[in-house]
Design a protein around this ligand. Structure first.
Ligand SMILES: Cc1cc2nc3c(=O)[nH]c(=O)nc-3n(C[C@H](O)[C@H](O)[C@H](O)COP(=O)(O)OP(=O)(O)OC[C@H]3O[C@@H](n4cnc5c(N)ncnc54)[C@H](O)[C@@H]3O)c2cc1C
Length: 341
């Protein structure tokens, strides 16, 4: 594999790693978990390290006292046959469901119905249901932020932010499953890999979260907003009590302009933008904002994964072959299958 024609990173060699090898995966997003699952299914001893309190990364669910919010990816679509088979199993297991709510696109006075433009899926109990399902049976260490990786002889070891080793004994291989620019910042990653990781640029995204205790009267579940400086997407979920939870995604330009603003101020501005664009007044019971510093890779590498066969370290994520949930899943799955063929 020679991503972008620079120094080659080679494919894992079949048979080179035995199934008793210990492998560390850093990042319990969809790519890290699909990689770990594939490795574990083939008999490898896998440990996943995740800095967050919950798995899922950008496809997780935030719990608040005013309800749960899928504040990153709210749904996913399926393009490939390989992923279609996986999603069919998830449907059968009750992990995901079809997202059947009305989806619209707004541009000026025009409203276009987009409900039938794609088949959309979401986690049966929020997006985190998928990460929880993928984590089942795996050794996932939450609340463990890795600060550096070290290669000595043929072994990898890692240190957390306090320079303590969360896994004495080391590993035979290492997989970095996080946004490429975060992986490039980890101390100890070989320069050839860093060079490729640095090729991908990222866009941030502010997400606004809102709970209304009265029904807004709208009938859509999601709206692409194509005519507003601040809002690019809004989603609305309601329950039997009439409470509505909204997630508002800001446009990339607006996010960049407001990158360093305190989150409370961002939350108020996004709530105002919603009231203005949809022309309705409300007094939210809850309003908050969350910044995704690495929301979307601008131009993915168009490689399924990166792998340095010399030191046995690889990297996976949506920035490899496709900037979405499906791309993340397939990237992790492909590297896992290659490391332990
Ligand atoms: C606002 C937003 C909206 C989106 N909408 C959609 C959509 O509608 N449809 C769709 O298909 N996709 C959507 N996406 C994209 C989708 O969420 C991602 O493509 C996918 O979840 C990426 O998964 P990943 O595993 O590659 O990375 P991530 O989800 O980023 O996972 C990386 C994990 O690594 C962890 N980590 C990072 N550094 C460390 C460290 N040093 N130590 C330990 N752990 C670490 C992180 O905490 C994280 O859990 C959206 C994303 C965002 C942000």
């Amino acid at each position: 594999m020679e991503p972008h024609g620079t120094d080659p990173l080679t494919k894992p060699e079949p048979g080179r790693l035995s199934e008793n090898f210990r492998i560390a995966v850093i990042g319990a997003g969809i790519a890290g978990l699909s990689c770990a699952r594939m490795l574990a299914a083939r008999g490898a001893k896998v440990t996943v390290f995740e800095q967050g309190r919950r798995p899922g990364g950008r496809a997780t669910t935030l719990r608040t006292e005013f309800g749960n919010f899928d504040h990153g990816a709210q749904y996913f679509t399926v393009q490939s046959h390989a992923f279609e088979r996986t999603v069919a199993q998830w449907l059968q297991a009750g992990v995901v469901k079809r997202w059947s709510g009305r989806i619209i696109a707004l541009e000026g006075a025009a409203t276009e119905d987009k409900t039938a433009s794609a088949t959309r899926y979401t986690g049966a109990a929020g997006m985190i249901a998928i990460a929880k399902h993928l984590s089942e049976g795996l050794d996932v260490r939450l609340d463990t932020r890795i600060g550096s990786v070290l290669h000595a002889g043929t072994r990898w070891s890692l240190l957390d932010e306090t320079d303590r080793s969360p896994a004495p004994g080391g590993f035979d291989a290492m997989v970095l499953a996080m946004p490429s620019s975060q992986a490039a910042q980890l101390a100890g990653v070989p320069p050839t890999l860093v060079q490729h990781l640095r090729m991908v640029e990222w866009r941030p995204c502010w997400a606004g979260l809102l709970t209304l205790q009265v029904a807004s009267g709208f009938d859509f579940a999601g709206a692409f907003v194509n005519d507003h400086a601040a809002l690019s997407w809004v989603a609305r979920e309601h329950d039997d009590s009439g409470t509505e939870r909204w997630v508002l995604h800001a446009t990339p330009d607006w996010t960049v302009t407001h990158l360093n603003m305190p989150s409370d101020d961002v939350a108020s501005l996004l709530a105002q933008a919603l009231a203005e664009r949809f022309n309705f007044g409300f007094r939210p019971a809850y309003v908050a904002a969350h910044q995704w510093p690495h929301a979307t890779p601008v131009r993915p590498l168009l490689e399924r994964y990166l792998w340095d066969a010399k030191t046995r370290i690889g990297a996976v994520g949506d920035w490899c072959q496709g900037p979405r949930f499906e791309g993340a899943y397939l990237s992790g799955d492909a590297l896992g299958a290659s490391i332990v063929p």
